[in-house]
Write a protein that binds this ligand. Sequence first.
Ligand code: RNT
Ligand code: ZN
Length: 414
Amino acid sequence: MNQAYILAKETYAKIGIDTDAVIAKLRNLPVSLHCWQGDDVKGFDFKGDLSGGIQTTGNYPGRARTPDELMADIDKVLSLDGGAHKLNLHACYAIFEDGEWADRDALEPKHFAKWVAFAKERGMGIDFNPTFFSHPKANGLTLSSPDDEIRKFWIRHGQACLRIAEYFANETGIPCVMNVWIPDGYKDIPADRLSPRQRFAASMDEILGIGYDREKVLVCLESKVFGIGFESYTVGSAEFGLGYVLSRGIIPLMDNGHYHPTELVSDKISSMLCFAPKLALHVTRAVRWDSDHVIRLDDETREIAKEIVASGRMDDVCIALDYFDASINRIAAWVLGLRNFRKAMLIAMLTPHAELAKLQAEGKFTELMLLQESYKEYPWGAVWAEYCEQCGVKAGDEWYAEVKDYEEKVLAKR
Ligand code: RNT
Ligand code: ZN
């Protein structure tokens, strides 16, 4: 045990924080790792461009082009972050063998058998997302489409995904968080905002109507304020999402890129937890729009982590990452965002929230500000270094040497 950690442990003990217990808890915190950072959200089932009003920018070399390449990259990422993970897949990452192919409405568990084997070997659960974009039938509306044929196609896709999600849970023995996000919306002012929303709700009801084990599959709905090309209206707005999930007993999912720039998800977490037994998050970083930049250890990331921990409901919050940057080394991007989020969680877990809450309740706002600022100087870096050591990963920025090596030996050859 290093000297800096011994001193840090003493410092934190004085404010009632057991750093060893925090390290153990952080190690067990499952963070759902999005597979789509490795290949710019391309997937394996269609060759076309990414659609749905989301965009990856940059053309750094080394993108994963095949399931094997993506799996190898994920392994690299996992090896550089201590702690527990889940694997977060999109339906477009189905793996077809021997020239076989299935459209989105005909996907079956067998198309994900390789992912199951991959996750099981690594002791991970799997989370899942139906893919309602990057598809010829996703040129306009999907689950909210006025065209019955299109709408039914996407309903069948949602149903197929529900069966696959249950298969993941059965195979891994870990519940699968299945998140629904549709890009549906309009660029310009719609004449009818209501009908698409009514159709979306009806389609969701039809998807959920096939029945599934609610203990095994945790269905979420992710809302959004706007997308590129969908600036005036999104069908699945925040209010739609909240109304739908609470009335159907499913889980709200908040992506912190999906709100107006001055709205903060950190402030929304506690409101959701008042009414929803569980909450899911997509942690990302939005720069002026839902740009999905790599997560930094910035104020809002720290505040989101603080709200999760201070609520005392950490186990009710399903945490997933959602960013995709193709302008820098993709593995480094993946690892930086993942480790930054974990650092934010560590800092939050090293904070005496009950003591601060007491100051708030007593109206001692001067002392509250004083301590909130003072704790920023506490030696969390030494605890992070110890955490990394216990997990067998490199602290500081030394992990980057391994990424560079991988870049030269593997990525450069793609
Ligand atoms: C889009 C949503 C959604 C996607 C992924 C790829 O704005 O955030 O979660 O990023 O499903
Ligand atoms: Zn998201």
